[in-house]
Design a protein around this ligand. Structure first.
Ligand code: C2E
Ligand code: CA
Ligand code: CA
Ligand code: CA
Length: 275
């Protein structure tokens, strides 16, 4: 076992197959990370364009690794899906999100709290039952952003489970619009209230010729299906202005706020209300 520098913040790639060994050790560490209290959530507000208020918040998981430092979800969510640790990770996230939604509500900010739920989990009936039990008994306003990271093997059952969530009041958003589950064939059948346009199309909005066309047609499509459109990755005032003209309903991104801790979010929301 190689000695590690406890301060090294980045993931080190080891050996002839860069990343492979590292992935193994990271996957092993993840198993105990939840129990050891190494995971925490940051929250990023979603702002309603016309109403000029924060109507919801997205929970994003972070991992304070004892030796690697801060590890972002891009480096471990896929590993968690492969090892099935994504089930416990997501249950844990839902529990935290419920608790913090109740805290926000007592501070006068009773906004919907969105949790990212991997599309993979839509084929897990036991996960669906556990998630529903948590949300149903909580009184918290909860939404699920369905992220697509794997092929959904049984779309019929996945869609059925989305209806189960929607029936108990969980708001469904389709994340990363542009990938498989959000294909036109399925979109009509989904009980989704929000369509989230991937930041891929938003960050270059004002400098590309093609992206404004994609964004505009996505907004029109979503509205035709009676869904609200959320644009993520809004980094500039000019992107916000263009999205507003295009009729985008909700915006999220560094221009409004980065993902932040709960205490900072409460401060941000107190001030946003005063403005
Ligand atoms: P996502 O759900 O599409 O989240 C958006 C990502 O873009 C987040 O990265 C966020 O911090 C980042 N972002 C927000 N605003 C901006 C901006 O204005 N510009 C740019 N360039 N980026 C922005 P993050 O937190 O690293 O999360 C990455 C992905 O990991 C998420 O993508 C989501 O798919 C996944 N993820 C995060 N938390 C969870 C979780 O609890 N469960 C699951 N299954 N996946 C999660
Ligand atoms: Ca998301
Ligand atoms: Ca995205
Ligand atoms: Ca994503």
């Amino acid at each position: 076992e190689e000695a590690r520098d406890s301060r090294e913040p980045v993931i080190r790639r080891v050996g002839a197959d860069p990343g492979a060994l590292d992935r193994v050790s990271l996957a092993r560490d993840l198993r105990s990370a939840i129990g050891n209290g190494e995971l925490f959530l940051h929250y990023q507000p979603k702002a309603h364009v016309r109403r000029q208020e924060i109507t919801s918040v997205e929970a994003l998981v972070r991992w304070q690794h004892p030796t690697r430092g801060l590890v972002l979800p891009g480096d471990f969510i896929q590993l968690a899906e492969e090892s099935r640790d994504i089930v416990d990770l997501t249950i844990w996230t839902i529990q935290q999100a419920i608790r913090d939604q109740r805290i926000l509500a007592t501070r006068g900010h009773d906004v919907t709290m969105f949790v990212n739920v991997s599309g993979l989990l839509l084929s897990d009936a036991r996960f669906v039952r556990r998630a529903c039990a948590l949300v149903e008994n909580s009184g918290a306003k909860i939404g699920f952003e369905i992220t697509e990271t794997a092929v959904i093997r049984d779309p019929e059952s996945a869609i059925g489970h989305l209806h189960t969530f929607a029936a108990i009041g969980i708001v469904i958003a389709i994340d990363d619009y542009g990938a498989g589950l959000s294909s036109l064939a399925y979109l009509k059948q989904l009980p989704a209230r929000e369509l989230k346009i991937d930041k891929l199309f938003v960050t270059q909005l004002t400098s590309s010729n093609r992206d404004p066309l994609i964004v505009r047609s996505t907004i029109d499509l979503a509205h035709a299906l009676e869904m609200e459109v959320v644009a993520e990755g809004v980094e500039t005032a000019s992107a916000l202005a263009l999205l507003s003209v295009m009729g985008c309903d909700v915006v999220q991104g560094y221009f409004i706020s980065r993902p932040i801790a709960l205490s900072a979010l409460i401060e941000f929301m107190d001030q946003y209300r005063v403005k």
